[in-house]
Design a protein around this ligand. Sequence first.
Ligand code: COA
Length: 259
Amino acid sequence: MSDILLRERDAGTVTLTLNRPDKLNALNEALVTALHDAIVELDRDASVRVVILTGAGEKAFVAGADIAAMAGMGPIAAKAFADLGHAVGERIERAHFPVIAAVNGFALGGGCELALSCDFIYASEKAKLGQPEVNLGIIPGFGGTQRLARRVGVAKARELVYTGDTIDAAEALRIGLVNAVVAPAELLTKVRDVAKKIEGKGPLAIAQAKRLVYRGEDLSLQVANELEAQAFSALFGSNDQKEGMTAFVEKRKASFTGT
Ligand code: COA
């Protein structure tokens, strides 16, 4: 694991820390590639139950794609960079584990887009979020025009993308961009508590629930519900379903194995 992406593991929870604090964790090609490769590797490991994504330092989750690196790009290089950003967002969405963004400061541009690819976002009271790309004469390129609209609705997404305004954590909570706002010193504790709670559930069930919510978004209700019924019934062939229901009947805590 490279120094620009730190990895820490506690039982089934892995914390990935984007680590370019002197550049407010701006996303250059090396950092996006490191994150992509880490998610691919973790996705092969069935014992990984939850991934937490956060930024190093006091100030930023990610202050955007690296402007210095983008400044010299032409359209072809910019397309390749956008494709890389989309690849990491899609890998996060397709992973078998939930990914929680712990937004500890600025989440601007690519930082906001990265957080939007995560299953949910917990923000520090100090967090500031936004899509300021129009200030630079460009638009969001890592999924912001799409995922922001899906998360907060088209009206608010248009406003944020067209004005480039940055909003604080309270406003982000109000519009549904983040799930909760937490005191800065408690952010990682809170997120790790949520991760622990998810870790105790049936991993196959969590993976299926994640897949269905993600896939269902682009499908008709009828087709999405059919997928749900198939996944629901398949889980009845698992040891975890037997264990979960037996434990309930025996009034004890279930011990899931992910089989
Ligand atoms: N890309 C590259 N470098 C970045 C960056 C980015 N997106 N955001 C911050 N940095 C760098 C700064 O250039 C500076 O580097 P330096 O010390 O070598 O000059 C360092 O990170 C600290 O940033 P600085 O601007 O001095 O901090 P600040 O507290 O005054 O301002 C921000 C913080 C987030 C308001 C400001 O850095 C900013 O506007 N960043 C760009 C946000 C943006 O437009 N993101 C979308 C990109 S598509």
